[in-house]
Design a protein around this ligand. Structure first.
Ligand SMILES: [Zn+2]
Length: 681
């Protein structure tokens, strides 16, 4: 099996097309066994005077070998899910969880790190090495190493169970999303929908051997109906199906219900926090974050809520008045997107759909690459002849001064059996290995954009362009690192509430006239975005920004309060209701089960950390304000940002990095100004 198992071979980029579900478990078993033996050997060799190379680099090497096999598997599980791969993936989760717990609770290993940290050798260590040691010792503590044996055992059980439950949460959401479709044979039902949406729905129907159109809960389809369908009953039907996914409500009530899982996940997180001496999971989550305390986070969110509330109320009042003029006197949740788009068109004579023609994918990518070349002096070129998991996938290389820097895959379009949303996954960290060679970083950038239909290139909405820039910002953070220690290179070791800084920062260039000139060009004529459209687009930038802020604060406060208060007798929906009463300007129907699809906090890394988006947005807006002062394409400022933030990864406290770039601590003013939420506005 070893000889023929691609996951056990040495490779540069993963041999995706050769990986079969039956390879997964044997490869992971083999690597875990090898690693356990290697750790024991390392400890025997390093027992007396551990060295950086002998201990840290040796352990990095083992982590890399495991990651080299596991990273492509978990990536495929997300983008090409199948029952067989899912089973193989899940069979490995408890084994991996046990392995990580065992590593985190390995007393001899911890003692070796402590001895290294206390040794005279540290005098010659750079700041990243010191941070890596400090974080490693902190993480031993957070893995329960200081607990009595009985509680250590319980810690391991909890982690194992959590990895199972969070994976199941994600699977049930994917299954629930795939389980509902609506077949339409009478085109009049699609009145109001754009040509591109109809073409995409027709394509989806054909793929299933049907005539007519197939509406699904994949985001481009859902978004198209909620924004453009004149048929109110159709919008309501789709809204109800979407916001009850994986719950006890809606058309598939009870079939994929994540409700019980959520309670179990929250119970276990609370128990874990208590084991480690924290009052609740929110406080445990802050142990590795930039924010100092729960009060600080809640104070920050409530301050933003108070400042933006009047704007949100005004947005909603205007929307209600507009909808009433159009004959809709009782605005419901399934009307908000539809009338908002109509209001945007009436007020700014601009629509997302109209802009699409100016953002063909290759123009956008070419412009994006030209921008980062100007800002950071890097070159990007597309590579051919590589192994892939889907024909749509593309691979690019970053070079600087003729030297290879790193590579990234783009998997941009929505399709069946692919998880929703957009994300960047640091598939391989930059590091110097035990042989002294530099291993270059690799990133996977995944989105769910509307695919190319009807012989046209894929045309993006401006929202999609913004998402692309966001994920690309994460990618640059991972790829442009100058740190050569795996524990602090790229996004490794960056506190979660600072990780959205480079991504949200990048979004700013989607709104700069100079930037837009680079990324836009009509897909048929090549004509740049006309001046009047550009002006309308910029004028519409902060359309409903108050309502948008209220929504994001609702998510952030709900997540944080849920992890503070879980166990006080209130259920998930009650906590959500409390937050909605406090910050939301519009209440959804009682059957809405938004938490059941909130995978950021129940299946991703954002538990008691969703506030990170807002927290880091303060940093990113303030960082961008220096570009507003110096010129948005000022290469000196670009290099300064690159060297202070992008290059230094998790090597230092993010506040230190920020102050290095900005010359002072962050202020909230730039964010409020950018969103049009300043009191004077
Ligand atoms: Zn992000």
């Amino acid at each position: 099996m070893t000889a023929s198992n691609p996951l056990l071979q040495a490779f540069d980029l993963p041999p995706y097309s050769a990986i079969r579900p039956e390879h997964v478990e044997p490869a992971i078993d083999r690597i875990l066994a090898d690693n356990r033996a290697a750790i024991a050997q390392t400890l025997a060799d390093q027992a007396d005077t551990p060295s950086w190379d002998g201990l840290v680099l040796a352990l990095d090497e083992l982590g890399e070998r495991l990651g080299r096999a596991w990273s492509p598997v978990s990536h495929l599980n997300a983008v090409c899910n199948s029952p067989e791969l899912r089973a193989a993936y899940e069979a490995c989760l408890p084994k991996l969880s046990a392995y990580w717990t065992e590593m985190g609770q390995n007393r001899a290993l911890c003692d070796a790190y402590k001895a290294l940290a206390a040794s005279p050798a540290t005098a010659g260590f750079d700041v990243a090495q010191k941070t890596v040691l400090e974080h490693t010792l902190r993480d031993f503590h957070l893995s329960g190493i200081d607990l009595p044996e009985e509680q250590q055992k319980r810690y391991g059980e909890i982690q194992m169970r959590l990895s199972e439950l969070t994976s199941r949460f994600s699977n049930q959401l994917l299954d629930a999303t795939q389980a509902w479709t609506k077949h339409v044979t009478d085109e009049s039902a699609l009145a109001g929908l754009t040509d591109s949406a109809r073409a995409q729905m027709a394509q989806a129907a054909q793929a299933k051997g049907l005539d007519g159109w197939l509406i699904s809960l994949e985001f481009p389809s859902y978004y198209a109906v909620m924004t453009y369908a004149d048929d109110r009953a159709l919008r309501e039907e789709l809204y109800a199906a979407y916001c009850t996914r994986a719950s006890d409500q809606g058309p598939n009530a009870g079939q994929f219900d994540n409700g019980p899982l959520m309670e179990q996940i929250l119970d276990l997180r609370r128990e874990l926090a208590r084991l480690l001496g924290y009052p609740n999971y929110a406080e445990l989550s802050l142990a590795t974050k930039m924010a100092d305390s729960g009060e600080q986070v809640l104070g920050f969110l409530r301050d933003l809520a108070a400042r933006s509330r009047p704007f949100a109320e005004k947005d909603l009042a205007e929307l209600r008045a507009f909808a009433a003029e159009q004959g809709c006197g009782d605005l419901q949740s399934w009307d908000v997107g539809y009338y908002s788009e109509k209001l945007r068109q009436a007020r700014y004579s601009i629509s997302q759909e109209q802009l699409r023609a100016y953002f063909p994918i290759d123009k956008v990518l070419g412009g994006l690459f030209a921008m980062v070349q100007r800002l950071y002096g890097i070159e990007i070129r597309e590579l051919a002849d590589f192994d892939s998991w889907h024909p749509d996938v593309r691979l690019f290389e970053i070079r600087e001064n003729g030297e290879h820097v790193g590579r990234f895959f783009f998997d941009l379009y929505a399709r069946a059996n692919k998880r929703g949303g957009a994300w960047m996954d640091g598939a391989r960290d930059k590091r110097r290995n035990t042989a002294g060679e530099l291993v270059s970083p690799v990133a996977n950038l995944v989105c769910n954009f509307t695919p190319a239909v009807g012989g046209k290139p894929a045309l993006l909405t401006h929202d999609e362009v913004t998402t692309l820039f966001h994920e690309f910002g994460h990618g640059l953070h991972h790829l442009l690192t100058r740190i050569e220690h795996a524990g602090a290179s790229g996004i490794s070791g960056v506190p979660w509430d600072a990780v959205e800084l480079p991504s949200q920062f990048m979004e700013n260039w989607c709104w700069e006239p100079e930037g837009l000139a680079l990324i836009s060009g009509h897909y048929q004529t090549g004509e740049p975005l006309p001046q009047d459209l550009l002006e309308k687009m910029l004028a519409a930038k902060n359309f409903q920004s108050g309502m948008m802020m209220a929504r994001q604060l609702e998510f952030s406060l709900f997540d944080f309060e849920l992890h503070v208060h879980h166990g006080d007798g209130r259920g998930v929906l009650e906590v959500l209701k409390g937050i909605r009463d406090e910050v939301s300007v519009m209440q959804p129907p009682a059957y809405n089960r938004f938490p059941n699809s909130f995978s950021h906090i129940f299946a991703g890394g954002y538990a008691a950390g969703y506030y990170s988006y807002k927290w880091a947005e303060v940093l990113s807006a303030d960082a961008f304000s220096r570009f507003e002062e110096d010129g948005v394409f000022n290469p000196v400022t670009g290099q300064a940002f690159r060297e202070a933030i992008l290059a230094r990864g998790g090597s230092q406290d993010p506040m230190v990095l920020f102050v290095d770039f900005r010359g002072r601590e962050p202020s909230i003013d730039a964010l409020l100004r950018h969103l049009g939420l300043s009191a004077a506005a």
